[in-house]
Design a protein around this ligand. Structure first.
Ligand code: KE4
Length: 424
């Protein structure tokens, strides 16, 4: 497939936008080539500026549970926009979305809306630190919580327990308060807790990670985090920006039966418009300004268009809770089809799947954490990505991302996807 127009548009974008994109993963850096520019989309199909139609397995990196240009969301945004786009004053829409989210998600009484998952996670960590009076946090190698300084931390040298900046511009002063553990390795967490007793405000985790590809939590791991937090008065923060309202109405708290103290949301809760959120039981949220001393604010937080889109999305979920089962079944079909073809061809691979989250790793060893995810063969992944793109299937342009299926994906789309792989 030719992408001449996308190539020209990318050249123009590079003149005025760093790297030609407003978020790095879109630039195809890890798969080579140049990004595809989309003109519009409907259901599970992307229509590119080059006149191609692609089957979409990203769904805008998760938000579009029911597919692109979902009628209830479009109508809600149109209807709301005609009354004004932003007021900087409270609207009933914010309360309606908050009431519905609190009804759907376990263990939360109150929720604060922000504009991105990054803002949600950043604010939740500040609230955890303000509530506990402690400074340190534990995160996991490979888990991504947005681009706030406290999260852009990589494992420090073996000797030290705290991390080091993974990006220029993040200071050692910030890095020293972020400790790095290994996902699915409860002993790596326990040793950090013991070594930093009484200094740790929070453990922040993607309960089902999607930023190392999809990683499945091993039995007992998340319960182990809950037990460690209970024993040492540490808050457990579930970053459900990806999993919230995608795995189940109650997200990963529901599917894993593990209670978090603070939960962060993004993506689906905004129905494709910029919404992030963080939520907890009332006695934690009461520490947040203006009720309490922990400051957090935002000009466009609770924006009426975004609230209307999120409300239409969550109401659609409320009215059709079978969507999660349908999505999980579609993911299982894709999993089985890809696995049987790669096995026939003798190509080493492992596929991880949890609900409608799925990722293909070109390594026959299990992928259970960042280290094992990083071991996979990226050259094969690049070939696989472009092979599928050339045949009209748009997969995440990175081996460290999860597929996000949407409910508009049809059997015909899945058949076409699996047929495209046959001559790989
Ligand atoms: P945003 O600030 O991008 O809305 O959310 C940050 C974030 C927080 N937590 C989790 C678990 C996330 O997956 C994300 C963002 N996800 C990436 C995809 N891996 C967004 C895509 C991008 O960076 O463009």
């Amino acid at each position: 497939m030719e992408y001449k127009r996308s190539s020209a548009l990318f050249a123009a974008a590079n003149k005025v936008i760093p790297g030609g994109v407003n978020s790095p993963v879109r630039a195809f850096k890890s798969v080579g080539g140049h990004p595809v520019f989309v003109k519009q989309a409907k259901g599970a199909h992307l229509f590119t500026e080059d006149g191609h139609t692609l089957i979409d397995y990203i769904s805008s990196w998760g938000p579009l549970l029911f597919g692109h240009a979902f009628e209830p969301v479009i109508e809600a945004v149109k209807r709301t926009a005609e009354k004004g786009t932003s007021f900087g004053m409270p609207t009933e829409l914010e309360t309606q979305l908050a009431e519905l989210a609190v009804k759907m998600v376990p263990n939360i009484d109150k929720i604060r809306f922000v504009n991105s998952g990054t803002e949600a996670c950043m604010s939740a960590v500040r609230l955890a630190r303000g509530y506990t009076g402690r400074h340190k946090i534990i995160k996991f190698a490979g888990c991504y919580h947005g681009h706030s300084d406290s999260f852009l931390i990589q494992a420090g040298s073996g000797a030290v327990t705290f991390g080091s900046p993974s990006s220029p511009g993040v200071t050692p002063g910030t890095a020293q308060d972020t400790l790095l553990a290994r996902y699915n390795d409860i002993e790596s967490v326990r040793s950090l807790v013991v070594a930093n007793a009484d200094e740790i405000a929070a453990i922040i985790v993607e309960p089902v990670p999607g930023n190392m590809g999809c990683i499945v939590p091993e039995s007992g791991f998340l319960h182990g985090l809950r037990d460690l937090c209970d024993a040492h008065n540490i808050l457990l923060l579930f970053d459900e920006v990806m999993t919230g309202f995608r795995l189940a109405k109650g997200g990963a708290q529901e599917t894993t039966s593990v209670r978090a103290d603070l939960v962060m949301f993004g993506k689906v809760i905004g129905g494709g418009l910029p919404v992030g959120a963080f939520a907890a039981r009332g006695e934690i949220m009461s520490h947040l300004a203006p009720e309490g001393p922990v400051y957090q604010a935002g000009t466009l937080s609770g924006n009426p268009l975004a609230m209307a889109a999120g409300l239409a999305m969550l109401q659609s979920i409320e009215n059709d809770p079978q969507v999660f089962r349908r999505l999980a079944d579609k993911a299982a079909s894709v999993h089985r089809g890809i696995e049987s073809t790669l096995r026939e061809k003798g190509i080493p691979h492992t596929i991880n799947r949890y609900g409608s989250m799925l990722s293909v790793h070109f390594d026959e060893e299990p992928v259970v954490d960042f280290e094992s995810a990083a071991r996979a063969n990226n050259d094969t992944f690049k070939r696989y990505f472009h092979h599928m793109l050339d045949r009209g299937v748009y997969l995440p342009p990175s081996a460290f991302e999860s597929y996000f299926l949407n409910d508009a994906l049809s059997e015909a789309d899945i058949d076409k996807t699996l047929t495209a792989l046959k001559d790989f």
